[in-house]
Structures are given as C-alpha cells and as structure tokens.
Design a protein around this ligand. Structure first.
Ligand code: ATP
Ligand code: MG
Length: 407
C-alpha cells in the first residue's frame, strides 16, 4: 500500500486524555481513534492487525472443530430471565420503540442466547458433542475505561461454546481448547500462563485464565518458579515467596493481563433452559457445557504493552499490519522493488511521500513494522535493511533482500 494513500496521519504527541502505553502509541501511529472513553475505532492499520489476530483465532478454533456462527448483539430480556442474568450490572439495557416495549441488553456474553437456540437442535446423544464460536462485539459497562484497548465498554470477543454428554467429554475438550489457546497467544507473540481463577458472573466453579505478565496488568497472579502452576490472587491461598501447593517450589507474585478465560459451565445453563438429550438407554439428561473467550482488542493492546520502545511500536511479524516498511529517499525510486515484493505476496507499506528522511524514519519507528527497507541515492543498486527489533543495518542485494523477506 502507498503510504500517501493512508487517510490517517501519525501524531508527534499522544493525546492528553490517554494514560495507557497501548492507547498512546496506537493513537500516535494512526491505528485507533478514541470516539469515547472505552470506545475505539480501528483505522486501516489497526484493522489489519485485528484481522490478523482474528485469522489466527479462526484457524485454531476451526482446528478444534468449532463451527463459526454470528449471533445478534441485541439479546432480549426473556433469554437473560431464563438464566437469571438480567440484573448482572455490566449489561447495557436498551428499550425497544415498539408498542410492547420489549427490553434488550446489548450482549455482554452469549451463553444465554445460544443455549436457548440449541434446545431446538439437540435430541439425542448422537447430536453431541459439538462446539460453535463467533467473533463479535460485546458491550460491558466498564466504569474505569482508562486502559485503551485492554478494557473497552465495547470490544470484540471470540466466544466459543461447547456441548457434551458428560463431564468427562467436556474435560477432554476443555484441555484441547486450552492447548489451542496457548497456540493462539504464542502465534500472536505472547507467552500465556494458565491460571486457576474464579467464575465471575458465569459459573460458581473455578475457571482458567490465560495471563500475560505485564506491569500494567490489573490482575495479580501467583506463579511457581519450579512447576509453573499459577493461581489468580482473587481465589488463591498461595503467598508471594511461599511454597507451591503442588511441588513446594517458590511462588512469585506478578502483575498480569488476562487475555483469555475458559469456563467449565457444567449444567448451569442447560438446567436453566431445559437443554436435554436422550442417552443410549433413552434416559433424558442435561447437556454439559463449556465456554471459552478471548478479547481481540485486549490481545492487540497486550502485544503493544509487551513490544514497544521509546520510539514506538514493535510488531511481531505474524500480527504486523504489513511486513515491510519500504522507504524511498529523495533522488531515488523504490517503485520497482515495491512491485516485485507485492507480486511475491509480501505485504509492503511504501513510503513514497515527499517529506524529509527524518520524518520518514521516525514514522517507521512509530508504526513499528518488522522490516525497514531503505532505497536512496547512497544505496545504489543495493538496499538498506533493518529489523525494527534490532539496531543492525545491513546492505543487501535485491536477491538477498527477496530471499530474506520471503522466508
Ligand atoms: P476482566 O476480569 O478483565 O474484567 P472478564 O473476566 O470479565 O474480564 P471474560 O468474561 O472472561 O472477561 O471475557 C473473556 C475475554 O474477553 C477476557 O479474557 C478478555 O480477553 C476479554 N475482555 C473482557 N472484558 C473486556 C473489556 N472490557 N475490554 C476488552 N476485552 C475484554
Ligand atoms: Mg475473565
């Protein structure tokens, strides 16, 4: 893409009303725009990142057999009444203008709606197990929305729901999804820690969170140095520097960001809506369920919190909006190599703007694409190649450049 065509502009200064590093850098780089506190637009660069994260999530959800669906954001009162969740305070209530004054909540989760729908499709054990997921907008009344993409009033979530004949089958699938989650976060450049946690507004039992260590995290988790076992302090009896309950290794307390959460729901929702199936002996039983969430914006914000320096963003390659920032300096043209790289399927942001070299370099550092390639009268037939994550600059031939960027 030609950089002159981007309708967004980079900003030298972060907006005064942003406190978090992710919001400051993403706003300065032209990735996001704050419309209201906790409500953001994704601009062309930012939307490309979200789509990359979504692609990774889709691949891994499809790999565990999830069927993609798309449910409405407007969820009528009767569904929340059935599961006794109408009064959970995070929901935004919306009154219809129609004569019956039907009430809705903007969906903050979708167990209630999906479970009710599924009663129409499940009769026998032969219909189980299955799982369905969506990537959709959720709405939650978050009073302190000051963490940029980490905590929005409106945010995109991937939510997967699974349906089983019994606990054993749920547990097997739960572990499969947990593995898929670690893979998703790893592919996004994040190291996730599997952490025992409370059930929140979803379930009375324990759940598991995927936590990424970061000083800006709102959670405190206790992690064993030796075996890696971790618990969220909201439920934990472990102590900082105390012994691990599993292996007696040393526990350390850390600040962390919850990027994902998975829930063994058991029969809580199926009981509420009478979701039953006939087993092999013709006996009626309640369906056993699980649910599994990842916030896409929170993942993006977490990546930014982990990968940045004083000059800007440093995207891991798999989620970068483009792989290469191609910069042409006055007196040269990078058009030929731009076309070549594009034909090879390499994603390039081509800075052909008529501005100073310094401004181009500081934009490249701020935007943070993995590779910077400079063409200038000084480089002759060669190209100056630099990784955003390192200081080393290499002068390479066209063949070398293509080989490096293709790998
Ligand atoms: P938190 O404890 O951070 O408020 P939660 O436990 O209520 O979050 P879940 O219901 O577990 O959130 O949601 C699943 C996932 O959705 C979270 O792990 C997180 O990645 C994301 N998420 C939740 N709330 C928000 C939010 N307000 N903004 C952005 N992402 C969110
Ligand atoms: Mg959670």
């Amino acid at each position: 893409m030609l950089q002159s065509k981007l309708f967004t502009k980079t900003l030298r200064e972060a907006p005064k009303d942003e406190e978090s590093v992710n919001a400051k850098l993403l706003t300065r780089g032209g990735y996001i725009y704050k419309n209201s506190a906790g409500v953001y637009s994704f601009l062309p660069l930012g939307w490309r990142v979200i789509k990359k994260i979504a692609d990774i999530i889709r691949e891994e959800m499809n790999a565990v057999g999830g069927e993609e669906i798309f449910m409405p954001a407007l969820v009528e009162k009767k569904y929340w009444d059935a599961t006794n969740r109408w009064n959970v305070p995070v929901g935004y209530e919306v009154f219809g203008k129609n004569e019956d004054e039907t009430s809705f909540i903007l969906g903050w989760s979708h167990e209630d709606l999906l479970t009710a729908m599924v009663t129409k499709f499940i009769n026998s054990y032969k219909d189980l197990p299955f799982s369905a997921y969506q990537i959709q907008t959720k709405f939650r009344n978050e009073p302190r929305a000051k963490s940029g993409l980490l905590r929005g009033k409106e945010f995109m979530m991937k939510d997967l729901y699974s349906f089983h004949t019994d606990e054993a089958d749920l547990n097997k699938y739960y572990e499969r999804v947990a593995k898929a989650y670690h893979k998703i976060f790893k592919r996004c450049g994040l190291k996730s820690i599997y952490t025992l946690a409370a059930g929140g507004d979803f379930t009375t039992g324990n759940t598991h969170e995927f936590q990424v260590l970061s000083d800006v995290g709102e959670d405190t988790i206790y992690v064993c140095e030796k075996c890696g076992y971790a618990e969220n302090n909201e439920i934990s009896k472990l102590k900082d520097e105390g012994p691990c309950s599993r292996c007696r290794g040393k526990i350390n307390a850390h600040k962390a960001i919850e990027v994902g959460n998975i829930f063994p729901l058991g029969t809580k929702y199926s009981k509420a809506v009478n979701l039953k199936f006939k087993d092999k002996n013709g006996e009626e039983k309640l369906v056993v369920m699980g649910s599994y969430g990842i916030g896409l914006g929170r993942v993006m914000g977490t990546i930014v919190e982990v990968y940045n320096d004083e000059r800007g963003l440093i995207w891991p390659e798999q989620v970068a909006p483009f792989k290469v920032h191609l910069i042409e300096l006055a007196g040269s043209s990078a058009k030929k190599i731009y076309e070549k790289l594009r034909k090879l399927g390499i994603e390039v942001l081509y800075d052909e703007r008529d501005i100073s070299a310094g401004a181009k370099f500081s934009d490249a550092d701020l935007i943070g694409l993995p590779y910077r390639v400079v063409v200038s009268p000084k480089t002759g037939k060669k190209f100056e190649l630099k990784k955003r994550s390192s200081k080393a600059i290499k002068l390479v031939s066209e063949a070398e450049l293509i080989k490096l960027l293709k790998s």
